[in-house]
Design a protein around this ligand. Structure first.
Ligand code: ZN
Length: 425
C-alpha cells in the first residue's frame, strides 16, 4: 500500500473523472487489471488469444478498434517482465470525440493499493470502480485497546482493520486477603501494571510512529485502564496530539478493534471536515477584518500574492476544473498570454480565429490549475490545502471565492490593474 499525498490523490481523482466520461462507439474500450507481482507473459498470452477471438467481430470498425486496443496494450506491457508491487491497471480504446470522430486513448496506472484479481473487460465505457474504491480508502488511524490483562494494537485503513499485535500481561488480579499483605500486594500490582503500560506504550508507539499518514489514534478498553494509560503518558509524546478520544469497548482483543471503530465512527467522520471548516473560518475571519486582513481570494489576486511569496496557506477547492493554457496560432507566431480556462470551455476557445492571420488556434500547453498553483506555492514554501466540497464551508470556497483563496503571511498592496485583468476569476 502506497500512501498518496493530497495532491496525488487529487490528480488521481481528476484522471478517473475524465476517464469515467469517455465512451466508445461500441463495446470496444478495454479495461485491464493485472494483479501485483505476477509474470506478465501469462497476461500477454491471454491478450493474444482475445485478439484472435476479436477477428470474429462482424463490424469492421469495431474489430479494427478492439484489435488496435489490444495491440496497444501489448506494446505497453512489453516493458514489464513482472507486474509492479501493486499491479497495473490499463484503459485503452478508441473513444468518441466531438463530431463522431474517434481517438485512441491509453491510460496506465500503478494503483495505490494492490490489485488482487485479474480482470479484463471490453465495453463501451471503462471500468474504474476498483480504482475509485482505492481512493475512497484514505484515512489511516491507529487503534489501541488496553486494560490490565490484554492489549491489542491495530491500524484502520479506510474500512479495513489490520491487527498488528496482541499481548497479555502478568499483572496479578485482585486478591482479598486483607491486612498488611493485601497492601503489599496492591503495591506490587501497581508496579506490575506500570511496567505493563510502559512495555505496551513502547510497542504501540513504535507501530504508530512507523505508520505513514496516520491521522489519529483511537484508544479503547472496558474500564478505567485506558485513561490511566493515556494520563500516564505511556505513548510517545509526538503521538499525543493525535489521540482523538477514549472509547468504551467490551473487549480488548481482535473483536474489540471492530467495536472501537464502530464506536468512534462519528468522531472520525467529523475529523477531516473539522479541519476544512476551521481553515475556511480562518479565511472568512481574515477577509472580514476591517483592515483588509491577512487573506485574499480570486485567482488573479492569489496568483499575485503567490509570486510575491506572501502566501502562508493556499486553499484550493477540489471542485476546481480549470486549466492554465498557453494558446498559440497554428501558423503564425501569435501567442496569447497564459490564461485560465474552464475544462469544458477549451474547445469553444479554439473555435476563435487568430487575430493576426485568421488561422486556427491551438493549445500549446495546458496544466491543471490546481497543479500549477500548487507548484507555484511550493517555490515559496506555502502550505497547500485541498478542500473538499463535503461541507458548507467547502462549498463556500468554490461558489463564493472561485475555489481559490489564500491566507497571507503579511499585508500586501495589490496593483490596481489586477481586478481588470481578463483572466481574473
Ligand atoms: Zn496567426
Amino acid at each position: 500500500m502506497t500512501e498518496l499525498s493530497s495532491r496525488q490523490r487529487y490528480d488521481f481523482k481528476r484522471d478517473l473523472e475524465e476517464i469515467s466520461k469517455l465512451r466508445g462507439q461500441h463495446t470496444e474500450l478495454i479495461s485491464l487489471y493485472i494483479p501485483a507481482e505476477k509474470e506478465i507473459s501469462q497476461y500477454t498470452n491471454y491478450l493474444r488469444a482475445e485478439s484472435s477471438q476479436a477477428s470474429n467481430i462482424k463490424s469492421t470498425q469495431t474489430r479494427k478498434n478492439v484489435q488496435g486496443a489490444i495491440e496497444s496494450l501489448l506494446s505497453r506491457l512489453r516493458y514489464y517482465r513482472m507486474s509492479p508491487a501493486n499491479g497495473l491497471v490499463l484503459f485503452v480504446g478508441a473513444v468518441v470525440t466531438g463530431n463522431n470522430q474517434q481517438d485512441m486513448r491509453a491510460y496506465v496506472f500503478e494503483p495505490p493499493q494492490a490489485v488482487t484479481t485479474f480482470f479484463y473487460r471490453c465495453d463501451s465505457t471503462f471500468y474504474i470502480d476498483p480504482l475509485r474504491d482505492m481512493l475512497a480508502e484514505k484515512e489511516i488511524y491507529g487503534l489501541l485497546l488496553i486494560d490490565r490483562r490484554e492489549c491489542t494494537v491495530g491500524i484502520l485503513r479506510g474500512k479495513r482493520i489490520e491487527q498488528v499485535f496482541y499481548d497479555t500481561s502478568q499483572v496479578p488480579g485482585k486478591h482479598g486477603r486483607g491486612g498488611q499483605s493485601q497492601r503489599r500486594m496492591e503495591r506490587l500490582t501497581e508496579v506490575a501494571a506500570d511496567e505493563w503500560y510502559k512495555k505496551m506504550g513502547e510497542r504501540a508507539s513504535e507501530v504508530f510512529r512507523n505508520t505513514n499518514g496516520l491521522v489519529g489514534i483511537l484508544v479503547g478498553g472496558p474500564g478505567p485502564s485506558k485513561r490511566a494509560f493515556i494520563e500516564g503518558k505511556f505513548l510517545h509524546y509526538e503521538l499525543e496530539p493525535k489521540i482523538i478520544d477514549l472509547f468504551d469497548t467490551g473487549y480488548t482483543d481482535e473483536y474489540g478493534l471492530r467495536e472501537l471503530v464502530d464506536n468512534a465512527s462519528e468522531a472520525m467522520k467529523n475529523l477531516g471536515l473539522v479541519k476544512e471548516k476551521n481553515l475556511i473560518k480562518r479565511l472568512l475571519t481574515a477577509i472580514r477584518d476591517a483592515d483588509g486582513g491577512l487573506a485574499t481570494y480570486g485567482e488573479a489576486y492569489v496568483r499575485y500574492a503567490l509570486t510575491m511569496g506572501a502566501v502562508d496557506v493556499l486553499l484550493l477547492s477540489e471542485g476546481l476544473r480549470s486549466y492554465r493554457a498557453k494558446i498559440t496560432c497554428s501558423s503564425c507566431d501569435y501567442t496569447e498570454p497564459d490564461r485560465t480556462i474552464k475544462a469544458g470551455e477549451i474547445d469553444k476557445k479554439l473555435e476563435e480565429k487568430c487575430p493576426k492571420c485568421q488561422s486556427r488556434l491551438t493549445v500549446k500547453e495546458k496544466n491543471d490549475v490546481v497543479d500549477e498553483l500548487s507548484e507555484l506555492a511550493e517555490t515559496s514554501k506555502a502550505t497547500v490545502e485541498l478542500v473538499s466540497q463535503d461541507s458548507d464551508e467547502g462549498e463556500t470556497l468554490l461558489k463564493a471565492f472561485g475555489g481559490i483563496a489564500a491566507i497571507l503571511r503579511y499585508r500586501l498592496d495589490f496593483p490596481k490593474t489586477i481586478g481588470r485583468e481578463p483572466n481574473a476569476s
